[in-house]
Design a protein around this ligand. Structure first.
Ligand code: ARG
Length: 273
């Protein structure tokens, strides 16, 4: 099995962390008095971009906007499926202006953008896998948005209840290892309500189950291309488990971004054409 995993080249959209900072607290990881090492953050972010490019992925970069310190978390800006963009409406007023900043990029790149009516934080809570769209709720994206996104794409939405504020976005508790035939995920069960846990166990009996330690080190905020898994080196148990399952872990440390409650996946929007 170890050599049978085939990567698929992806197109990613990212945002340079020029204005990245922790200035407000909208999740339990954030403390407004936290100092971010701007140079270190920049270096870590650049290492992520280099790792993507070195593995054959295309990376587009959106211009950051001053006074939008969380704009670096590109995943929250939209969900893009088959070239159709379902935009965002942020829960926190501080982040609301990010939606138009990203919309400007998408329009210039030739995409129309649908603006949701209900709070929806893009790929932070919306995760396509196999024939389904997994959708998190509890802290940010609302059940109304789940209905809206299902209506927009016509893809069956599986609503999942998040129950631990540390894992406020679905992409902090779950990621897709393989999205095509043989679709599979890795996740941290305790981040979900009992019913949602059962749903995940039924849909993905072969899922890679992560520990709390893996989740607390942002190990589930990873990106897989079907073979390589771009993952926090701090998630040691998960990293070795993935290797045993035939994946090739590519460690990228985004520790400065953890201070804002984000990691690799948060910094990465996928553009699926
Ligand atoms: N500080 C940001 C927030 O709380 C972090 C967003 C992380 N993004 C993600 N896709 N989980 O909104």
């Amino acid at each position: 099995m170890p050599d049978s995993r085939v990567p698929r080249p992806r197109r990613f959209l990212v945002c340079e962390p020029r204005h990245f900072a922790v200035q407000y607290a909208i999740n339990p990881w954030m403390h407004p008095d936290t100092q971010v090492d701007v140079d270190l953050a920049h270096g870590q972010w650049k290492a992520l971009i280099s790792a993507y490019r070195a593995h054959g992925h295309t990376v587009d970069i959106v211009e950051p906007v001053a006074d939008l310190p969380d704009m670096v978390f590109a995943a929250n800006s939209a969900l893009v499926l088959a070239g159709r963009v379902f935009g965002s409406l942020f829960h926190a007023p501080q982040r609301r202006p990010e939606s138009s900043a990203y919309e400007t990029w998408f329009k210039a790149a030739g995409f129309d953008v649908y603006r949701p009516e209900s709070v929806c934080e893009g790929e932070g809570d919306l995760v396509p896998v196999g024939r389904y769209l997994l959708a998190g709720t509890g802290f940010r994206t609302t059940p109304e948005a789940h209905r809206e996104v299902q209506e927009f794409f016509g893809v069956p939405v599986i609503s999942l209840q998040l129950v631990d504020a540390r894992f406020y976005h679905l992409d902090t508790a779950l990621f897709v290892l393989e999205e095509g035939p043989g679709a599979n995920i890795a996740y941290y069960p305790e981040a979900f309500s009992p019913g949602s846990r059962e749903v995940l166990a039924r849909l993905f009996p072969d899922a890679v189950v992560a520990t709390r330690e893996d989740a607390m080190t942002f190990g589930l905020n990873s990106v897989s291309d079907g073979r390589h898994v771009f993952i926090s080196p701090r998630a040691e148990a998960l990293t070795s488990r993935l290797a045993r399952h035939g994946y090739v872990p590519v460690p990228v440390d985004l520790s400065e971004f953890h201070k804002a409650g984000g990691g690799i996946k948060c910094c990465t929007q996928e553009i699926r054409s």
